[in-house]
Every structure is written in C-alpha cells, then in structure tokens.
Design a protein around this ligand. Sequence first.
Ligand SMILES: C[S@@+](CC[C@H](N)C(=O)[O-])C[C@H]1O[C@@H](n2cnc3c(N)ncnc32)[C@H](O)[C@@H]1O
Length: 301
Amino acid sequence: MNLSSPLPYPLDDFDYRLLDSGEFQKLERFGSHHFIRPAPQAIWPKTLPDAEWKRAEGEYNYFKGKESGGEWKFFKKLPKDGWPLKFHELTFKMKPTGFGHIGMFPEQAPNWIWIDELIRSSDRTDLNILNIFGYTGASTLAVAGAGAAVTHVDASKASVTWARNNLELSGLGDCPVRWIVDDALKFLKREHRRGRRYDGIIMDPPTFGRGPGGEVWKIENQLSELMLHCKQVLSDSPLFILLTTHSPGFSALTLKNMILKFIPESCSGVFETDEMYIHDNGSRLHLPSGFYSRWRNESVK
Ligand SMILES: C[S@@+](CC[C@H](N)C(=O)[O-])C[C@H]1O[C@@H](n2cnc3c(N)ncnc32)[C@H](O)[C@@H]1O
C-alpha cells in the first residue's frame, strides 16, 4: 500500500466526499450513500441547490439546544449490515450510529497517510505502536498496513469488533494486532507495571467518555494524566506521537504543548501542528474539523 497523494487533502482513492456545507449542516457522500449531519462551524450559506441536499438518505440532528446527542431521520432504507468504503487499499464498513457518526472520521485521512509513510520509511522492522481511543480502527489499519505491530484500545466492545471487522475487510487479518477492550488510563497503568513499551502512540480522546467499568473520562480533567502515563510506556527512542481532538476549547497549540510537556528530553524532533479540515467540494472551502499535533523523532530512522 502506498498512500502518498500529491493533493493537499487526499481525495483520490477515497470514496468519501464532503459535497456541501452551510447553515450549520454538511452534506456528505460515504460510498454511494448521502447524509446530512450537523456542522456547527459551517456558519456560511450553502452552495448547492436544495435538490442536491434532497438526495440525502438520512439526516442527523442534535436534540434542541444541544451540541451532541441527537437522532437520525431516514428517508430511504439503508443496507442492514452497512456497506464498504474504500480508502486506497483499506476498506472500512460504514453504518450510521446513534452518535451521528457513520464509522469513520474523514478529517483524519492525512494522519493515516502520515502514519503510513513514517512507518514505511523507518529502518526499524520491530516497531510496536499503540492506538488508544481507537474507535473503528482506521489508524490501526494504517499502522498494520504499513507493517508494524499495533495494540488497539477502546472502551467499547462494539467499536473493537467493528475495527477487527475492518481489518479483515482490508485483507490485513493476519497482521499482528492486539485488541483490548479497556479504560484508556487503566490500560496504560497496567502496561507500565508490566514494563511494556511502545515506539509510537496515536490518541484521539473524546471530550467525554466512559470506560467499560463506568470510569469517567473528561478531557479537561484527565488529559495530563493520560499524557503522563503515555510517557511511561514510551520506548527509549520513540518514532512518533499523534494527538488529535474534536473538543471545543482545545486548540492545535494546546495539543502541541501537551506533547512537549511529556516527550522525553533526550528526544529531538519535528512538530506539525494545525487544524484538521475536510475539503468541501461544493463551496471549495475547508470545513474545520478539530485539531492535530504530531511529533516525529528526528534521531530515529
Ligand atoms: C473520537 S472517538 C476516536 C476516533 C478514532 N480515533 C478515529 O479517528 O477514527 C473516541 C473513542 O474513545 C472511546 N472511549 C471513550 N471513553 C474511553 C475510555 N475511558 N477509555 C477508552 N476508550 C474510550 C470511545 O468508545 C470511542 O470509540
């Protein structure tokens, strides 16, 4: 698999499009299925005519006055077991969820490419990568496809099953992936006690979440603790750290500062820190979709 793309945003070989955005909504195509979902950042007018928006087979709206938690209205019957979506050589199953997600965050696509290229260009053949808050596993698949071992952790058994299924769908079922249903903090503390170390850590913590035992995750209260435990499980010469969020009030610089505070002083490296976005085909604007900060160790090849 070679995920390199000459485009600033990898639209080729990706069967997803943001077709239009505006008036706090976005119109997207996931494979051959169209949906309207909330886009609180899209404060501008829509570009495409109503007839295009009417192609949507489902619309998700937040409950009145809320910015998360809502419900779907479907206008057509969708495949009961979901449908596949291609990203280069990876295949993800798509299916609307109660949270308004369809099973994949398209704004993460440049990060999957970055992970893929970093691992492929490394001379190391024994890389061991950790993906916490791994959801349906897109980043896990990028690591596995590039040839490194990966541990995928998520609190939701259903998400881990979905991620495993995506790995199989992508023809990577024989890759060395460890699947863990656990609370992120509990898992990291245990790994530290056991002396396990990782050469790269990927994390996309939610604003709020719960571990399988009801453990409460609040990003503003627990991100420092999470980073401290990540530091304890980093190998002596880690290859990379990737931290992304979709949490209001968490800027790209905040994420970079969190990594800076916790990477070992002996490591020199390069940061890339910016806004995540999805290119809008209708308006030609970029729809803001969270933040990322990623660090790679310059002294490791
Ligand atoms: C924003 S999603 C991650 C998206 C994913 N990284 C991607 O880009 O496709 C957050 C994930 O964190 C998981 N989660 C929430 N609280 C957790 C906790 N305390 N420990 C581990 N995972 C948790 C959720 O089940 C969910 O799958």
